[in-house]
Each structure stands twice: as structure tokens, then as C-alpha cells.
Design a protein around this ligand. Structure first.
Ligand SMILES: NC(=O)c1ccc[n+]([C@@H]2O[C@H](COP(=O)([O-])OP(=O)(O)OC[C@H]3O[C@@H](n4cnc5c(N)ncnc54)[C@H](O)[C@@H]3O)[C@@H](O)[C@H]2O)c1
Length: 257
């Protein structure tokens, strides 16, 4: 069992109990971490507050990752309450619904901008905010969530695939930048899971079925399995791993014909 006792973490990207970020929050709390959990807007506040009641002494804060002032408030609150930070889980992603069904060539300038801002740039902004708090703790671990659509074409994944390619590049550049401060930056590339975000991708069920038919393990993955892999990367067990995209997809990424 992974040990996170005494560690302080920030979890971004919980919408409901099906969120991958929520599974990671639960695993981290079980491993002993104290957590700050954010919610995006009033619409999700009640959900996230209710879920967080099951955590021990959590800090629950609003955060729209497209808003620099809210990012600054989150880190100011964490500084006040925690005094430092050991890890950040970045599970925020967004693309306008119409971009996830229309032909990719129709991607709008604004849809492209918004998708890359929220789904990729936000990791850089959070890393910058976390940096002084992690330095106080002698280092830290940043983890984001990505998908194979960054490298391969999946029908309707469209601009989100482009955003995930940018996100994975951000992981490598941040890892190079922050490594000398003992801050590691990694991504988990999860297989498809039916969550709120996934529901926005037209024809998502057929992607799930394709994994059941073709992945070496002949199945899909669940959020608890992604969370177990996250525990490795967030904890000292992963202390020599950085700039990595870890595939947690039942082996699907290795398949060809
Ligand atoms: N579900 C999958 O099949 C799958 C596979 C691989 C990777 N991922 C990635 O995992 C991450 C989590 O997604 P999920 O599947 O758990 O779905 P989810 O809908 O539960 O989580 C997505 C989160 O992003 C947040 N978000 C969107 N815009 C935001 C903004 N402006 N500010 C702050 N938060 C914002 C939402 O509030 C939500 O909590 C995403 O990066 C997603 O791309 C998902």
C-alpha cells in the first residue's frame, strides 16, 4: 500500500463521483494525504462539497482554471491553511460540444483557443502557482490526465486530441524546468471511461466496445485502476519518474492490426 501520510495535495477536476480525479482523491486520502479539492462554478459546488465530506479535514475551493485570479486565490488559501504542497492532480479538460462531433476541419478559432487554454495551458498555470509551495516542502509531484487521442486519430475526439498533444508536451517542458527543484511532472494516459467529460464525445460507446474487443486485456479500465497508478506517481514510490506518460489502458496503445 502506498504511503502519503503527512502529504498535502491539491485535486482539480472533480465534477461527480464518476470523475477520475475523485477516484484519485479517495485513494490519496486513504493513503493518508490531506487534500484541497476544487470545484468549477456554483453548478458543481454542492456535488463536490458533499463528496468531500467523506475526506478528513478537506479544503474545498472554487476554481475555474481559465481565470488567473481564481488560481491565485486557490494557492493563497492553500498557503494559509497548509503552508506548503506536495502534489497536484490536474484533471480539468474542456472542448465545446460542437467541436466533438463536427468534422475536425470545421474547428473554430475560439473552440481551439478555449480547448487548449483549459485543457493544456492550465497545467502550466497550476505548476507556476504550486512551485513556491512545493519548494518549501523540498519538492513535489504534478500529475495530469491525458488520452491516446494525442497521438492517434479517434473519431470525434478532434480538438481534444490536439489539446492532449499540447498537454503532453507541457508535461515534458515542465519536467525539464522543475526537475532541478525536485518537482516531478507526469501524465497518466487512461483508457476510455464513461464520465461526464466522456459523455460529450459523440459515439463514445463505440470506443469503449473497441477496447473490449481489441485491448490485450480484452476490457476497459475503471477509475480506481487509474487512481492506483496515480498513487505510484504521486508518492515516493515514483521518486525517479518524471516527464513520463504512463499508459493505463489495458494495453490498447500497443495494438496495430
Ligand atoms: N473519461 C475518459 O475516458 C478519459 C480518458 C483519458 C483521459 N481523460 C481525462 O481525464 C480528465 C478528467 O476527466 P473525467 O473523464 O474524469 O471527466 P469529468 O467530467 O469528471 O472531469 C472533467 C473535469 O474538468 C473540469 N473542468 C472543465 N473545465 C474547467 C475549468 N474551466 N476550470 C476548472 N475545471 C474545469 C470539470 O469541472 C470536471 O470536473 C480529463 O483531462 C480527461 O480528458 C478522461
Amino acid at each position: 500500500m502506498v504511503e502519503l501520510s503527512g502529504k498535502l495535495g491539491l485535486i482539480v477536476g472533480v465534477a461527480n463521483k464518476r470523475s477520475i480525479a475523485w477516484a484519485i482523491a479517495q485513494a490519496a486520502a486513504t493513503a493518508g494525504a490531506r487534500l484541497a479539492v476544487t470545484y468549477q462554478g456554483e453548478r458543481l459546488e454542492e456535488n463536490v462539497r458533499e463528496l468531500s465530506e467523506t475526506l478528513s479535514n478537506p479544503l474545498v475551493l472554487p476554481l475555474d482554471v481559465a481565470d488567473d485570479a481564481q488560481i491565485a486565490s486557490v494557492f493563497a488559501a492553500i498557503e494559509r491553511e497548509f503552508g506548503g504542497l506536495d502534489f497536484v492532480v490536474h484533471g480539468a479538460a474542456y472542448a465545446p460540444r460542437e467541436e466533438l462531433s463536427a468534422p475536425f476541419v470545421q474547428t473554430s478559432r475560439e473552440g481551439f483557443r478555449m480547448s487548449l487554454d483549459i485543457s493544456a495551458y492550465s497545467l502550466v498555470a497550476l505548476a507556476r502557482g504550486a512551485l513556491p509551495l512545493m519548494e518549501r516542502r523540498g519538492g513535489g509531484s504534478l500529475l495530469t490526465l491525458t488520452y491516446l487521442g494525442s497521438e492517434r486519430v479517434f473519431h470525434n475526439y478532434n480538438v481534444m486530441g490536439v489539446a492532449k498533444a499540447a498537454l503532453e508536451a507541457c508535461v515534458r517542458y515542465l519536467a525539464a524546468d522543475l526537475g532541478p527543484k525536485n518537482i516531478r511532472v507526469n501524465a497518466i494516459s487512461a483508457g476510455p471511461i464513461k464520465t461526464l467529460a466522456a459523455a460529450g464525445i459523440a459515439g463514445f460507446s463505440s470506443i469503449l466496445q473497441h477496447y473490449r474487443d481489441r485491448a490485450p486485456l480484452r476490457r476497459t479500465v475503471d477509475t480506481a485502476e487509474v487512481a492506483d497508478a496515480a498513487m505510484f506517481l504521486l508518492s515516493d514510490a515514483g521518486r525517479a519518474v518524471t516527464a513520463e506518460v504512463l499508459m493505463v489502458d489495458a494495453g490498447y496503445h500497443a495494438t496495430g492490426m
